[in-house]
Design a protein around this ligand. Structure first.
Ligand code: SF4
Length: 336
């Protein structure tokens, strides 16, 4: 266990965690809602600092980030725990693990510098904190970001965006790109299905954009839960209000974890969401998880309609950078 920075003492030996918008007040000997930040004798400690539970070299497109270093690889890692309890979580073995002390005892310590060196050895262009919510292991994630930057690598958070002020202030100077989930435009959905709240996520999305970091948004479209015309339009309208050039990924749901009672999202619903995104003014709307049915995974020039980046799934089949090969329009993003 490692003492952490994003917390402060509270009354009667409790500690207040400041790593996410829950701001848990944690009594002596107890853990916060995420299960991996514990009050040990009045000091807030991380159970997962230095203990990645999953490490893999992924295409950056898998995060998904389509306008950030396209065609490169990201060394991706995650730990245990999450500040949300999404019933449809696609990574529930990691995120929803609780009482993880025995599992953690099986893991080996990997220092932040060692993570950066591993990324370099594997030919990655970036290090991505993903698979589970980086907020709950923020100090390790940010220490990795410092070492990655020193090694000439870029840094990525894949996140639910349920941030505290303190986490935003700590992350914005160190993280180059974010993919933030916008799970719904309903606070009720956030409270009852995900175990969070909507407004802090909206605030995070705006703040990241205003700070000048690269940002893309992902929404998982779940039949009967967040796929109404009104809700899709509200999500798209919000993203467009932040920046119409911010990519929006709308992806297909598959029954998972505690949500086995819903069907797979019909491909037509995802394509309808893509259409709504465009109608609300977004220039880059991408479908995800449709496999070979993906009609909308390539980057198309908004001016002349030529293909700028051709993708098949996560593969970048041909690329010309972020400049249209036909009309020379530059699109927003981050090049190698
Ligand atoms: S990261 Fe969030 S959920 Fe976890 S202890 Fe801190 S405030 Fe609570």
């Amino acid at each position: 266990m490692t003492a952490v920075r994003l917390g402060r003492p509270a009354k009667n030996g409790a500690v207040k965690c400041l790593a996410c918008a829950h701001e848990c007040v944690i009594a002596e000997g107890r853990s916060g809602l995420c299960g991996v930040r514990r009050n040990v004798q009045g000091e807030l400690q991380s159970l997962v600092y230095g203990l990645p539970a999953a490490v893999s070299l992924d295409p950056i497109e898998k995060k998904p980030l389509y306008h950030f270093l396209p065609g490169t690889a990201a060394l991706s890692l995650g730990t245990f725990g999450c500040n949300f309890t999404c019933m449809f979580c696609q990574n529930f073995e990691l995120s929803q693990a609780r009482a993880v002390d025995d599992q953690l005892a099986q893991l080996s310590y990997v220092s932040p510098a060692a993570v950066a060196q591993l990324a370099l050895r594997q030919g990655a262009s970036s290090v991505a904190c993903t698979y589970n919510e980086p907020a709950v292991w923020a100090e390790y994630a940010l220490d990795i970001a410092v070492e990655a930057r020193k090694a000439g690598l870029r840094t990525v958070f894949v996140s639910n965006g349920f941030y505290s002020r303190e986490l935003l202030d700590a992350a914005l100077p160190l993280i180059d790109a974010y993919n933030i989930d916008l799970k719904s435009f309903s606070d009720e959905f956030y409270r009852h299905v995900a175990g969070g709240r909507l407004q802090p996520v909206l605030d995070t999305i705006r703040e990241i954009h205003e700070a000048g970091a690269w940002e893309e948004i992902t929404s998982l479209i779940i039949p009967g839960l967040n796929d109404s015309e009104d809700e899709l339009r509200a999500m798209a309208h919000f993203v467009a209000s932040v920046d119409p050039e911010m990519p929006w990924h709308v992806s297909r749901f598959f029954p998972m974890y505690r949500m086995q009672d819903r069907p797979v999202t019909p491909a037509a619903s995802v394509e309808r969401a893509v259409q709504i995104g465009h109608e609300e003014g977004l220039l880059y709307v991408y479908s995800g998880n449709l496999a070979d049915h993906d009609q909308s995974s390539s980057t198309i020039c908004p001016v002349c309609g030529a293909t700028i980046i051709e993708r098949h799934g996560y593969d970048v089949a041909a690329r010309t950078g972020l400049v249209c090969p036909r009309c020379s329009t530059s699109i927003k993003g981050v090049e190698r």
